[in-house]
Design a protein around this ligand. Structure first.
Ligand SMILES: *Cc1c(COP(=O)(O)O)cnc(C)c1O
Length: 233
């Protein structure tokens, strides 16, 4: 067993325990392994332990690994900010994009999605706690963006993603997670059929699962501490 496989087992165990504590089925929450800054051999080790869904933040770094690992049946999620000049690479290489935060990017991704591929699965990133430097749409504009994105032919809107800033105040953290859950439920009440509420990372996985997350994005707890900047910089 490699270190990564041991850590992956521990992350799965945490997820399982969190689901049980929340009274949710153990398969209600998908584990996304966030492999940014780690090399392809780390991803292969996780794959050998049964992990197939991986999240990446930096487009060029990701495309290099996706190309290197083309022989494996992996699912790639883009979870980092996307500039207009990177949309073609994203549309051609990823299966999911969780970081949609404006219509222009969504339109370009739809236009540039190759016809031979299934639609790109997307989530809208919501700035849930109002951090001014953070990406994501303000909750007040979420509904309009969701409506516009859902019309695009080569995208399939699956849900929302958020990255709450952890604070020392657990009650406040839980209120933020509950607000995200409320937005997700409100969209579905308004006629969308979304199945993905992507929230929770290594540090707040349990709280996110308790609040109704359906996908947790875990990096350092699986792959170890990251040395920034990324290895390609
Ligand atoms: C890096 C990253 C993660 C993983 O964070 P960890 O604390 O290492 O688990 C999850 N989501 C996003 C959007 C990230 O950028």
């Amino acid at each position: 067993m490699t270190m990564i496989q041991t850590h992956l087992d521990q992350a799965r165990q945490r997820l399982c325990t969190a689901c049980q504590a929340a009274g949710r089925p153990v398969d209600a929450v998908t584990l996304l392994a966030v492999s940014k800054t780690f090399r392809a051999d780390a991803i292969e080790a996780a794959y050998a332990a049964g992990q197939t869904a991986f999240g990446e933040n930096y487009i060029q770094e990701a495309v290099q690994k996706i190309t290197q690992l083309r022989h494996l049946p992996l699912q790639w999620h883009c979870i980092g900010p996307i500039q207009s000049n990177k949309t073609r690479l994203v549309a051609e290489h990823f299966d999911w994009v969780q970081s949609i935060d404006r219509l222009k990017i969504a339109e370009r991704l739809s236009q540039q999605r190759p016809q031979r591929l299934v639609p790109l699965q997307v989530c809208i990133q919501v700035n849930i706690d109002g951090g001014s430097t953070k990406s994501g749409v303000h909750p007040s504009t979420l509904f309009a963006l969701a409506q516009a994105v859902s019309q695009l032919p080569h995208l399939c809107l699956r849900g929302i993603m958020c990255i709450p800033e952890p604070t020392p105040d657990l009650i406040a953290d839980n209120a933020v997670l509950a607000r995200a859950r409320g937005l997700f439920d409100a969209l579905n009440a308004q006629g969308f059929s979304l199945d993905t509420l992507s929230m929770g990372m290594s540090a707040d996985l349990e709280a996110a699962v308790a609040a109704g997350s359906t996908m947790v994005r875990v990096g350092s707890a699986i792959f170890g501490q990251r040395d920034y900047p990324g290895f390609l910089s």
